[in-house]
Design a protein around this ligand. Structure first.
Ligand code: SAH
Ligand code: SF4
Length: 383
């Protein structure tokens, strides 16, 4: 009989499991604290649990993390782990230390079905959804490994922020995502506030609405284009959920969001989406046109090139000029620092070892970049 993985449960789920074992509900909270707050996996160390419960747990359950197949530490302190998720697949997790915080970038799927043009995960195709326990194993492992390594005292945290910006589209793995988020927020789990947990999505509109109902954490939306024709090319999901619908969902989300803005991510691609005309189009879309405007910040991400993409990073002065147009229109705009460049830990470089079952890669490289450039030029002429 395969043992139940206790990392698969949020506290409600663990409570139900503990009750099934014929134990009192409050035992679940004790167990949850041992697992997530102390990083324990050996039931015998859980000294305030009755021996009878520990025996039952040993028979039926385990705390099953993911095997680490690689760990790289960058010169700037960024740490990247590669976790084996079976069947030749691996996912990546990145820890980014800063003076006032420690951010963990967590994966939600092995591969990704969205197939964004500029994303190396997208080029790999989709392999499978991660289970809740596999999403949480990344945080569990990182938090407790870092605490030991950094010599943190009881109660001190290594990971203060989580961003679901690793491999995969979190809102296409919704059922596993929500219990993982709840565990991150739980005071008996990782105790992170809703504004310190960010879900990043390429725009799965119905799931944005569900997240608002079920677990409204901070939301980042990967925009990358100011108009539908270009976004259709860069983020194929746009054909299903075009900009007007996406931005309407963002506005609805603000009612429940822990912050009063949505963060839009915009990956700067040389000659594709980085002209002044496109920046002005973005201002019209997000500020001036009342039918689409939404309270937001924009995070410009310098594209991290990988050979198969056929795309190039916008030059730094171009990024600055683009940012200036947005800033003049009153949009708070930041340019993301690239971290962990030397260990391929930057956005969109997370490729793991995913088996390509959908052949997205071939589809993408076959589509000529010319199409994108044409779309970009069209927009400039229109503007
Ligand atoms: N699937 C989700 C979250 C994972 S991707 C999403 O798309 O939002 C996290 C961020 O990295 C997204 O904003 C994505 O657009 C960006 N990204 C992907 N590939 C990139 C690359 N090669 N260079 C820079 N950013 C990239
Ligand atoms: Fe998937 Fe996000 Fe990469 Fe697009 S950018 S392919 S949605 S992981």
């Amino acid at each position: 009989m395969e043992r139940v993985n206790l990392l698969d449960f949020d506290r409600d789920g663990l409570t139900a499991f503990v009750e099934q074992l014929g134990e009192k509900r409050f035992r679940a909270t004790q167990l949850f604290r041992w697992i997530h707050q102390k990083g324990a996996s050996d039931f015998d160390t859980m000294s305030d649990l009755a021996r009878s419960l520990r025996d039952k747990l040993r028979d039926r359950a385990e705390v099953r993390s993911l095997p680490v197949v690689g760990e790289h530490v960058s010169a700037d302190g960024t740490v990247k782990w590669l976790f084996d998720v079976g069947a030749g697949n691996a996912v990546e997790t990145v820890f980014i230390p800063e003076a006032d915080r420690g951010t963990l970038c967590v994966s939600s799927q092995a591969g990704c079905a969205v197939g964004c043009r500029f994303c190396s995960t997208g080029h790999q195709g989709f392999s499978r959804n991660l289970a809740t326990g596999e999403i949480l194993a990344q945080l569990w492992h990182a938090e407790h490994a870092l605490r030991a390594r950094l010599g943190l005292k009881e109660g001190e945290r290594a990971v203060t922020n989580v961003v679901m910006m690793g491999m995969g589209e979190p809102l296409q793995n919704y059922a596993a995502l929500v219990p993982a988020l709840r565990t991150m927020l739980d005071d008996h789990g990782y105790g992170l506030s809703r504004r310190r947990v960010t879900v990043s999505t390429s725009g799965v509109v119905p799931m944005i609405d569900r997240l608002r109902e079920d677990c409204p954490v901070a939301l980042a939306v990967s925009l990358h284009a100011p108009d539908d024709p270009l976004r259709d090319e860069l983020v194929p999901l746009n054909r299903k959920y075009p900009l007007a619908e996406l931005l309407a969902a963002c506005r609805r989300y603000l009612d429940a969001a822990p912050r009063d803005f949505i963060t839009f991510e915009y990956c700067m691609l040389d000659g594709v989406n980085d002209s002044d005309a496109q920046a002005r189009a973005l201002v019209r879309l997000l500020v001036e046109d009342q039918s689409t405007a939404v309270s937001c910040k924009i995070n410009l991400i310098p594209f991290n090139p990988f050979p198969a993409s056929g795309l190039l990073r916008s030059p730094a002065p171009r990024v600055q000029a683009f940012a200036a147009v947005l800033q003049r229109a009153g949009i708070v705009t930041t340019v993301r620092k690239t971290r962990g460049d030397d260990i391929d830990a930057a956005c969109g470089q997370l490729a793991g070892e995913v088996q390509d079952r959908t052949r997205v890669h071939e589809r993408l490289v076959r589509a000529p970049v010319k199409v994108l450039r044409r779309a970009a030029t069209m927009q400039e002429t229109k503007a």
